[in-house]
Structures are given as C-alpha cells and as structure tokens.
Design a protein around this ligand. Sequence first.
Ligand SMILES: Cc1cc2nc3c(=O)[nH]c(=O)nc-3n(C[C@H](O)[C@H](O)[C@H](O)COP(=O)(O)O)c2cc1C
Length: 314
Amino acid sequence: MNDHERSSSVDGTVRVGDLTFDNPVIAASGTFGFGGELAPYYDLSVLGGICTKGLTLRPRAGNPPPRVAETASGMLNAVGLQNPGIESFLEKELPRMLSYGSRIIANIAGQELCEYAELARLLDQTEVDAVELNLSCPNVSAGCLAIGSEPHLIEEVTAACREVTDKPLWVKLTPNVTHIALCAQAAERGGADAVVLINTLLGLAVDLATERPILRNNTGGLSGPAIKPVALRMVKEVYDHTDIPIVGLGGIARAEDALEFMLCGASAVQVGTASLVDPGMIFRLPGEMAEIASQYGYSRLAEFTGRLQFWERT
Ligand SMILES: Cc1cc2nc3c(=O)[nH]c(=O)nc-3n(C[C@H](O)[C@H](O)[C@H](O)COP(=O)(O)O)c2cc1C
C-alpha cells in the first residue's frame, strides 16, 4: 500500500453533538466570507463545513480603515462585523452556499441578548446546519463589556437562543477572560451543543511615527500562529471541565496544528487567518491530516480527540 492509499483508508468523519461532518475542517467566521470568492477556484465540498461571516440583524459597514495590521506571527483586525445583514444573507448568500455541498454554520452577533435570540429564531426554519453565537461583541446594556466575559450573560444568551431554535447551538467564546472553563460551563448550562474556542485576543499596534494606534479603532483582535499556544491551553482546560464537544481554533496553519487541537480535546477545528495567507491550505488540510494520522497508525481522525496526557506535577 502506498502513502496515498494508506491515508485514504483513514476515516475523517467526526461528530460534534448530533451533527456528523465528513472531516473535521471548518472555515472560520470572518476569514472566508460566504465562500463565494473561493468557489470558482476550489471545490468547497472538500471542507467539513463553512462558517459564515458574523451576521447581524441589520447590514453593517464595519469600522473605518485602517482595520487590519500585521504583527509578528499574526495579525490584528478591527473589521467591526461588516456584513449584509440577516435578511440579505437568507435571500442571496444562503441559497448559493447550499450548492457548495459542505455543512453551513451561521455565525451571529448582537449587542443585546434579544438580538441573538431574534437572529437564532430567523435561522431556525432555514437549512443552515448549526448556529454559532459570537459572544465577543460588546454588550450595550452591560456597559459595552463583551457578553462572553460574563458567565451569567453567556448562560442567559445561550438559553434565550435555545428557547427559539432546535438547531445545534455552538457558543464561540472569547479568550479575553481569566477562567475560560467557567465560561464554557455557563454555555453548557444554557443548553449549548458545543463550544467553539478561541476568538481573537484583544491587542494594540502602535505607530511610532504618528504616536497613534495603527488601527482606526485603536484596539483590535489578535489572530494567527501567535495565539495557538493560548488556544491549545484553553481547549485542554475546557475539555477537562465540560461534557460538551469542542470546536478548536486559533493559529492553525498546517495539518499538525489541527491534530494538536484534537489531541487537546477538539472534536473539529476551524481555520481562520491562515486562509488569508494561503487560501489553498484549508483545502489540503483534510488529506494532510489523514496522511499524518496513517503515519501514526490511526484509522480514524476522531481517535485523536482528547488523547493528550498531562505530565504529573512534581
Ligand atoms: C479579519 C477577521 C474577521 C473575523 N470576523 C469574525 C466574525 O465575524 N465572527 C467571529 O466569530 N469571529 C471572527 N473572527 C475570528 C476568527 O473566526 C477566529 O476565531 C480567530 O481569528 C482565531 O483563529 P485564527 O487564528 O485561525 O484566525 C475574525 C477574524 C479575522 C482575522
């Protein structure tokens, strides 16, 4: 048997709650649009799933530029949830996305709990496979603190969405907290089917010449390989303290990275910033993960999930 035959005998199927994916690789929110730009060049059905850009009730133009800045091993962004709004998504983008042959996860964002619930309700009767709550948004009534930094708000917003939809509910957590496991447990109590971690880490890039922040928004979210160690640590912590599946992301740039997330407890993974650097990488990932799995003697990618053993503390 040659390398190719061996890797194609590896079963890539994974489950996230009640949802089955052909493979664990999902395009992350905000770095893949709605798939339309890449569809002419790549076979999108190769992916386990595609997560939409964050959707809001009304269209949003996003923040003024500059809204991205390169950093060592990563980038800062303050795009500010530019999107066409839920109505336009349902009318124009979703029908196109359904033709791609990949699972669709709708990422939603609001500034009030009721906005999340309204978005979840609007998605309930559609053909999206899951709804992902982006809880990194500033909550207007809670003094613009991110909803995701307060466990009681996480539980409340998850429960409010749970009430209005039977779709699998994924809760995407912000890493800008002290105790990520408490946030994941709050999502679990609220009725989440899975937690997704991590979103971007809050950062600042400075322009020495102008003595101003580089981003017009002042601060932005750090993503890319620089954040992978933080993300892996958080995935492991949440895996050890919750009973719901984890979708892991943060700095995945090669197949080995994705498998490391699975070892730490992720059932599936998402790829974000790497798609902005090398749009073809995500499409090679399922095959490359299978190849590595076969080299290590695995017959199923799902077998990687949660196998990481911590050293005993001395
Ligand atoms: C330009 C850009 C836009 C993003 N937009 C969203 C978004 O709309 N909703 C969301 O939940 N996450 C968004 N994210 C966060 C990513 O989905 C992901 O959680 C984060 O970038 C970490 O993964 P990565 O290091 O693989 O990029 C965005 C990230 C980037 C770089």
